[in-house]
Design a protein around this ligand. Sequence first.
Ligand code: NDP
Ligand code: MG
Length: 395
Amino acid sequence: MVKHIAILGSTGSIGRNALRVIDALGPGYEIVALSAHSNVQLLAQQARRYKPNTLAVTNADFLEQLRELVGGLDVEILAGPDSLIEIAELDEVDIVLTAVVGAAGLPAVLAAGRKGKQLAIANKEPLVIAGELLRKVAKENGSTILPVDSEHSAIFQAMQSGRPEEVNKIILTASGGPFRKASIEDIRNVTLEQALSHPVWDMGPKITIDSATMMNKAFEIIEARWLFDMPVEKIEVLIHPESIVHSLVEFVDGSVIAQLGTPDMCLPIQYALTYPERVAGIAESLRLEEIGKLTFEMPNLETFRALLLGFEVARTGGTAAVVFNAANEAAVQEFLAGRIKFVNIVELIEYCLNKHNVKTIVSLDELLEADAWARREVRSRINRRAGSAKRKLST
Ligand code: NDP
Ligand code: MG
């Protein structure tokens, strides 16, 4: 039976890798819908090659340009943020691969869950902010959630060695990013270029910065909490610079089951598409004799305060996780635009968390409200700081 796939965010790092995986999987996998935000040149190229029925461009300003670029192709084109929901809900779609970046993916992933689609989730931010709701929606509508994030794919695979109640703990591995060895002092003056050069993984800019601050691992704690319904007390983080052991599960008898592989996102993407089967793919075979040594160390919680905040937010839940994510999205955007320093990212997140009155049982509207509040807070604090710096200069 052919599996019909929609890729939300096909022009990004995960989206492009997913298309490579699907190329190699052959005729059993068919692309029926693709989306981009603004890179319509690449989206049009993909449309010519994969012949989907539907395209979505979430930034409607690029609609006309996309229309011109795909001229002559028999394809329906949708535009605007809601077009993501529309392609996630298409009747002919079996699997929705969510590979957009940020909380923007939330409405579409919920819509796909409501329609009972199989969800291959790379886009972790919706799981961080609304993991509990998404689990509920998926369960009620018979939708399966398959993780694409490499650590969670590893845990998902290791979990198949026992029952959930037999799990002692989950150990999430982390490469440590470019500043693994840095002290608090060292990271005060890091540049955008340094923060963007990840030692192992080649990813989109936002998650690359999240890896440098270790906000990415903080999100992954929350992601694991919801994906595997695991209490936070049973989740640990371990630094593993080689990124070969993608994560581990310890069972009550003391057995630890890990998943290993070359650091290549094609592997977890493929498993989420072929599950429950395994087929030959494009990931290179792991040659442990060439790697020689696998090392592990405890994270430096002084430099990477984000991790401490991550555990705290995972315990608190509710709108704390929403603010944690939204403040980060806003701060990373400002850092990428050169308006704040690297260290300001986590400072701004902590400032918002301290100022926020957490609600624990939340409706979708309250969740969106907390998201908007945190983004406003980050911007107004940056503007206030910029204003007072200017005043100092003029006195
Ligand atoms: P990229 O930045 O490379 O790609 C993001 C994709 O989302 C692009 O297709 C982009 O379109 C689209 N997009 C951007 N903004 C919006 C928006 N507001 N609304 C809808 N679509 C939008 O990101 P990655 O592929 O690196 O990451 C995607 C997700 O997967 C993230 O949540 C990340 O945390 C997660 N992830 C990524 C991993 C990786 O190896 N890259 C590993 C594990 C998880 P356009 O190209 O037109 O701008
Ligand atoms: Mg990961």
